[in-house]
Design a protein around this ligand. Structure first.
Ligand SMILES: [Zn+2]
Length: 301
């Protein structure tokens, strides 16, 4: 069933939404240190995989916060680097989960920093699949711009949704591999465009130190807004806890098995005498013994 007792350990991970008083600029900021650290431990990531997965989890949480209640999305980065694909699912209610295909993959540092784009690769695609509660999910695909995750998400928002946005994501991994800071922010200019405000905010953002530096100084998402908006008046709209939580269940895994078809299940039964399926997101193993597999095959036939 659910992987952990409801995100108690993530109580410090949260996201805050704010808007300029004139309603022209929406800003979201979050701290995700606990959530990313737990995910990295669960997937036994290399330091660079922790940084990449952590950025993707944080970016997914920010993107999902742009949705409406009850909606969710999946973000997939797939390129030619050793990490393979990174998949994150995030819901508007703050639940997120994710995995990286090759969590142990490693690449040398570049300029004294973890080389996320070297590990993910640059030749590839970012796919965003939104479940808006309609019949079909709504899908957007863009080519990766930098492989650094944040710029790629900003490019997606501009290219696929025509919303000029700035996205900053950061994960700090200590030399022993522990994630000690993670978080990010997303700033959007809402229509009608107001070039002057956008300009002022853009120059603020350029002058800001990296997110991880700010978080390691002990700054909160609320503090980040003071840096982002500066002298522009703003108000906090909402504060929401973020939780690392999987949506897998035995019945969902059953549906996956059923979709394989009777022949494949019979083969599993003959060769292994059982079926063992690991959830990619939380690594929980689901076992189906002989009787259970036979029952599933019976349902297809
Ligand atoms: Zn799971």
């Amino acid at each position: 069933m659910i992987t952990t007792p409801s995100g108690r350990d993530d109580s410090k991970s949260y996201l805050v939404r704010a808007m300029s008083e004139d309603g022209r600029v929406l800003a979201l900021a979050c701290v995700t240190t606990d959530l990313v650290a737990r995910s990295a431990r669960r997937h036994r990531t290399s330091p660079v995989a922790a940084a990449a997965l952590g950025r993707a989890l944080t970016g997914g949480a920010l993107l999902a916060s742009l949705l409406k209640e009850g909606q969710g999305l999946a973000v997939k980065f797939e390129a030619d680097g050793p990490l393979g694909k990174i998949v994150v699912e995030a819901e508007r209610n703050g639940c997120v989960r994710g995995y990286v295909q090759n969590p142990g993959a490693d690449v040398p540092d570049r300029g004294g920093k973890l080389d996320v784009s070297g590990a993910l690769g640059i030749n590839g695609f970012l796919t965003v699949l939104k479940d808006l509660g309609l019949k079909e999910p709504c899908q957007g695909i863009v080519r990766l711009r930098s492989g650094e995750i944040a710029q790629d998400l900003a490019y997606y928002l501009l290219e696929s949704e025509q919303i000029p946005s700035a996205v900053a994501l950061g994960v700090y991994v200590e030399s022993e591999g522990r994630v000690s800071a993670a978080g990010g922010f997303l700033v959007q200019s809402l229509p009608p465009p107001d070039p002057e405000t956008v300009e002022r905010i853009a120059s603020r953002l350029e002058a800001m130190p990296p997110v991880t530096t700010l978080l390691r100084e002990g700054k909160t998402p609320e503090d980040l807004f003071r840096d982002i908006f500066s002298e522009i008046p703003f108000r906090i709209l909402e504060t929401q806890p973020l939780t690392l939580r999987c949506s897998c269940s035995r019945s969902r895994i059953e549906r996956v098995l059923l979709s394989l078809g009777a022949d494949e299940l019979k083969e599993m039964l003959e060769e292994q005498g059982e079926a063992k399926v690991n959830c990619h997101f939380c690594r929980i193993a689901y076992r189906f013994n002989r009787e259970e597999l036979e029952e599933l095959i019976g349902r297809i036939a």
